[in-house]
Design a protein around this ligand. Sequence first.
Ligand code: GLY
Length: 451
Amino acid sequence: MTRKERVAVIDCDGRGAALVRAYAKSHNVESIIAIPGNDLMKICTDKSVRTFPTVNTTSITDIVKICKLNSVSFVDVAQDDAVAKGLVDILRKKVATLCVLGPTKAAGEIEWSKAYARQLGTKHSLPQPKYQICNSEEQGIAYMRSLPKDTPVFVKASGLAKGKGSIPAETFKEAVNAIKSMASFGNAGKTFLIEHWLRNEDSSNAEEFSSFAITDGITVKILGNAQDHKRAYNNDQGPNTGGMGCSTPPLVINDHIASKTEDIFNTIVKGLYTEGRQYTGILYLGGILQYQQNKLVPNIVEWNARWGDPEAQVIVPGIKNDILELGYSVVTHTIKDHAIQSDGKARVVVAGVSKGYPADYSAVIGKQIYGLDNVMNMEGIEVYGAGVSVQDGKHYATGGRLFYIVGEGRNVLEARLKAYAAIGHVSIEGDNLHYRDDIGWRDVARLRRSQ
Ligand code: GLY
């Protein structure tokens, strides 16, 4: 017999949109609430989706009230600020009947304090770059002076900084500027880290990947991997963004890397457990692959207490398990009984962003987006919204990252072809749409070399 559950997803972006669509596929879900959600979440599902655009992900009192008033039975806390604010803890305490998926504030510290995450990594001898935790500009600059001149580093705000708190610095001068910029992140930048840039022996940039697991704090099940493109422009140039697109599965992840990655997840989850911070929910390892004795091995760039955005948009649609059941299995500690099943397809997602993003894109706000409707009906394509409003059936830009177009196929070439054919039908009034043309380039090159 099917249950009739009301599910709430706490998020407003493309990641939340992918989750809403996946919950809508569950036979046990009657309707969905997205807080705050976005206008495009209401389309492409036959279940009712209600959004709360004026409530933000950290309005704890409002979220508790909405869950009670709407008889919500299951909440997926999918957004980092909400985790850091303790939404999971508070929902569990205030609404006894509610099943909440997500880490407690204490377990989520692995994301909201990069200093804590590194210290935990050191305690458990996990592979990660050399780092220094700093509490003042003077301390940071003194540390840079102690290194060989122009040592390449990343300067990172320890707290949450909307994906913008990690600044690459190739020279001493750049590092000093990055250290000085930490103050602009307010509390998040009061403590910051200087991390040595992980490069290959030939100084080439090591390859990054994102890996996702679901855990009840004891058992870890890997959900999938992807490769994200964070820079704004082609050839990985320009400023860092929240993510311009990604592809799954990354062909670079062989059995050896997959097994080492799983070991890292198991160690950190056990480490959190032994500290009394049992981690429940989705855990995201931002990793980097470095050659060591001719073998690629994973290192930890960062931990996130949630799905990645846009990684969720390519991995979640490929999970064949009922995601509501997976969520319940975390809370009932039966995740060990679930085998994760994937549909085996390759997916490529391209983010459509306002021209100017991630810097000033204010001139694009309110402009009309053309062509999204046509794309939504294309075979092998999913469209997820973020900064888009719908008025009288027309679409308008309301943010930086606007929408995501996902193409699926038997391999990355096919998936990418579909995604780019689709996004070619979309434009923004005044030629204001920007997207990268080269998402998935590493695997496209790898696949072509192997053919
Ligand atoms: N794709 C990067 C992130 O979600 O943080």
